[in-house]
Structure formats: structure tokens, C-alpha cells
Design a protein around this ligand. Structure first.
Ligand SMILES: Cc1cc2nc3c(=O)[nH]c(=O)nc-3n(C[C@H](O)[C@H](O)[C@H](O)COP(=O)(O)OP(=O)(O)OC[C@H]3O[C@@H](n4cnc5c(N)ncnc54)[C@H](O)[C@@H]3O)c2cc1C
Length: 307
């Protein structure tokens, strides 16, 4: 039994079937596939981390993503755009140099670039935003994006093809434990027996663990993101600035996706807040200038006249 139909739950089901021929498996998802973090995230795929473990782990992850469309025979719209992280202070420039060297050492494609190279990569970028001028950038050529919901569907399709059962709208409300072993789960649609269960419920891990009688040292904080209506393509790489608490990318469909930092209080609610939208838009405006060929007119229908 796999509880949670996000990227992890569905990938576990798929790889168990593919590599271990274990197919007597059910995935129970309380809402819809990918409806948790997996299809709400900002879809940045990268391996430019600081530690050797981080770089090696995420390099494998990037390689895995590069081949997923072939593996699923289903287009996840993997798009290698490169990721540009902006440095606004000397301390960040030093930290980025270290990151670039660690990355290179483990075979990653990450390098420091100067202001001129940044401007060539992203002509619409404002390199002198108010109080925080851009000093240099960390350019990660392997940085990419993909359709996150397609990743969930691809894993689900291939797992189901191998015999895995997938049940959406099935909320696991309690665990049945006998003699220290799980023997079943109680859901809103009835009780299901099982000999073994995996919880792949991300932010709900502590909630479910409590039902099994133990406490996990995991606390959930909201992480918000935001997406605009589609506009004409103007931004190719993924651009981020931790000093401005903002990162931006444009999807293949033209929407501009904004991400930022997490909220400072534990919460399970998934509603967005006006404060976060205001702060992301303010940062987005600060680092972006309308350049040549850029337009504020949405693609297709003119939504500005919508009631
Ligand atoms: C705003 C935001 C931006 C992000 N950006 C990025 C990014 O750019 N790049 C990146 O790599 N990562 C990003 N992440 C992180 C990434 O999305 C997560 O690490 C990943 O999706 C976790 O996958 P998961 O399968 O573990 O969890 P989820 O996708 O959350 O899946 C867990 C599932 O469990 C279900 N569930 C919970 N409780 C129960 C229950 N009792 N019974 C049945 N089902 C249950 C939920 O409905 C959910 O569908 C971001 C996350 C957020 C929130």
C-alpha cells in the first residue's frame, strides 16, 4: 500500500514494478494525482547544490528527468533552459565561486559569469535594481523545467500498465496496527487490508505517523508560488535571486511562474496570501525591464477585457 499519489508515491509504485516485479500494490490518493506539491511546484530541475553529496544526488535526478519522456513514451515537455542565480553582494559572489568549483569537480556544468554575460543571456534583466545591483551570476547550464503534472501522470500510466491499482479521492484516515505491524488502512471509501505500507504524503508525514503511534521531527511550513496568464515568450533561462526572495521562469505555454521563500509559520492550508503575491510581484518588477520584443499583451485572447 502506498499512501499518497504525488511524484514520490507514484515513482515508488513504478520502480517497485519495473525493477522488482512487485505489482500487488495500490496507491491511495486523497485528492487527485499530483494534486499535492507535485503539480503545484515551480518545476525547476537542477543539480547546482553546494555539497558533494547534494551535487551527486541531484545530478542523478537530472539525468533521470532527461530520459523520462522516452521512458514513459509520454512527453513531459522537458526543456533545458539553464538556471541563472544572481549575486548581489561580495559574500554571495564568494559562495557562488565555491559552488561552481564543487559542481565542476563532480562533473556538473556550473560556472561564474559576469554582468555582460548575464545581460547577453537575459536582455530583459535589470542589472541595477534599486538597492541591490547585480555583481555576477552562477550559470547552471543543466538547469531545466518540465510539466510537473505530466511527470505524475507518466509514472501513474506506467505503474498502472504493470498492474498497480491507483485510487484517487481515497483519503487514508486511520491505520490498523496489530502486534506492531500494519495490517490495513481505514479510508473514506472503506477499509483495505495490506501487509506493508509506505507513506509518501510529504507535508502530512507527521500527521500520518501520529496515527501509527510515533512522532516525527517534521513540521510543515507553507511554500507559495504563483503563475500568470500566458504572455509572449521573453524569458528563456530560469532566473533566481535569493537576496530579492524571488525566482522566475516562463513555461513552454508562456505563463510566468514565480517562486519565493517559505512562510515563517507552520500551517497545512494551501491558500495563497496577498502579502506573498505583492512581494513576488515587487521583486519580479525590480529585476525585470521590458526589453525588445517583450509585450504586456497576453497571448491569444485579450484577457484584459474580461469582466
Ligand atoms: C510552491 C512550491 C514550489 C516548489 N518548487 C520546486 C521546484 O521548483 N523544484 C523541485 O524540485 N521541487 C520543488 N518543490 C518541492 C516538490 O514539489 C516536492 O518535494 C515534491 O513534489 C514532493 O513530492 P511528494 O510525492 O513527496 O509529495 P506530494 O506531491 O505533496 O504528494 C503527497 C500526496 O499525498 C496525499 N495525501 C496526504 N495525506 C494523505 C492521506 N491521508 N491519504 C491519502 N493521500 C494523502 C496528498 O494529497 C498528496 O497528493 C516545490 C514545492 C512547493 C510547494
Amino acid at each position: 500500500m502506498i499512501i499518497g499519489g504525488g511524484g514520490h508515491g507514484l515513482a515508488i509504485a513504478y520502480y517497485l514494478a519495473k525493477y522488482h516485479n512487485i505489482t500487488k500494490v495500490a496507491v491511495l490518493e486523497k485528492a487527485y494525482l499530483g494534486g499535492g506539491n507535485t503539480a503545484r511546484n515551480t518545476a525547476v530541475i537542477r543539480s547546482n547544490y553546494l555539497t558533494s553529496e547534494g551535487v551527486r544526488f541531484y545530478s542523478e535526478s537530472v539525468k533521470l528527468f532527461q530520459n523520462l519522456s522516452n521512458e514513459f513514451d509520454f512527453n513531459i515537455m522537458y526543456s533545458e533552459r539553464g538556471q541563472l542565480t544572481l549575486a548581489h553582494t561580495d559574500a554571495t559572489v564568494r559562495a557562488f565561486r565555491q559552488r561552481a568549483e564543487v559542481n565542476k569537480h563532480f562533473g556538473g556544468h556550473t560556472e561564474m559569469i559576469d554582468r555582460q554575460q548575464i545581460q547577453e543571456l537575459v536582455p530583459t534583466l535589470n542589472l541595477d535594481p534599486g538597492h541591490l545591483p547585480v555583481l555576477a551570476g552562477l550559470w547552471h547550464r543543466d538547469g531545466a523545467t518540465a510539466r510537473h503534472d505530466a511527470v505524475a501522470w507518466g509514472y501513474a500510466k506506467e505503474a498502472a500498465k504493470r498492474g498497480v491499482e491507483i485510487h484517487q479521492l481515497t483519503d487514508v484516515q486511520d491505520l490498523i496496527i496489530e502486534g506492531g505491524q500494519i495490517t490495513g488502512v481505514k479510508t473514506n471509501r472503506g477499509t483495505v487490508q495490506c501487509g506493508c505500507a509506505v507513506q509518501a504524503v510529504a507535508g502530512y508525514s507527521s500527521v500520518l505517523a501520529q496515527k501509527a503511534g510515533f512522532r516525527l521531527p517534521i513540521v510543515s511550513y507553507p511554500l507559495q508560488a504563483m503563475v500568470t496568464q500566458p504572455v509572449k515568450p521573453f524569458l528563456d533561462p530560469l532566473v533566481s535571486s535569493s537576496a530579492l526572495h524571488c525566482y522566475v521562469q516562463q513555461t513552454s505555454r508562456g505563463e510566468v511562474v514565480f517562486g519565493g521563500g517559505s512562510d515563517p509559520y507552520p500551517l497545512y492550508n494551501t491558500r495563497s496570501t496577498l502579502e506573498m503575491k505583492e512581494s513576488l510581484i515587487a521583486s519580479g518588477i525590480e529585476i525585470s525591464l521590458p526589453g525588445q520584443g517583450q509585450t504586456d499583451a497576453p497571448m491569444g485572447r485579450d484577457y484584459r477585457h474580461d469582466p
